[in-house]
Design a protein. Structure first.
Length: 168
């Protein structure tokens, strides 16, 4: 059986990261193409009521930091539990690194979103903000989706029985 504490942390990280992964897939394939067609004024109006709303301002950062803490905690736990399968080390570190990459790329994505609060209806400035948010948000989204994938891989590695040859 896999190291239980590590497995529990990875299950929690997978669940938390699944939210951001789903949001990012939807944003990349549904919302961004729509916003580019409706234009920066439509994007700004929608984002002011959605992404800049108090609920989103709490949910998204809470989810991102929780995923990072859980993934990093799983790496620490893995090193403390002797029975943890060694094959889980790559996806565990991958998940932790991807969550940190997501947080770091948010440093570039967030100012574009936050700038729409004071850009009024300046179409050119809003288009620059939309383009910047699409670029950096896409990078952030890639990290967050890969963190989810790495967590699923970690679960498989942790929960797959070891195939060590039996002693005769």
């Amino acid at each position: 059986m896999a190291a239980q504490r590590t497995a529990k942390l990875v299950v929690a990280a997978t669940l938390v990261d699944s939210i951001l992964a789903g949001v990012n897939v939807n944003r990349a394939f549904v919302e961004m193409p729509t916003w580019q067609k409706t234009g920066p004024l439509g994007w700004a109006a929608d984002s002011r009521h959605a992404d800049l709303a108090p609920r989103a301002a709490i949910l998204y950062p809470l989810d991102a930091f929780a995923g990072a803490f859980l993934s990093i905690g799983a790496v620490v736990s893995f090193h403390r539990e002797r029975r943890a399968p060694r094959g889980a080390i790559v996806p565990l570190y991958g998940a932790a690194l991807m969550t940190v990459g997501g947080l770091l790329s948010t440093i570039k994505a967030a100012p574009n979103m936050l700038s729409i609060r004071h850009l009024d209806d300046d179409k050119a400035a809003l288009q620059r903000a939309l383009d910047g948010f699409e670029f950096w948000g896409g990078i952030r989204g890639m990290f967050q989706v890969l963190a989810f994938v790495a967590n699923v891989w970690s679960l498989v590695a942790l929960l797959t029985p070891s195939r060590r040859p039996e002693a005769r």
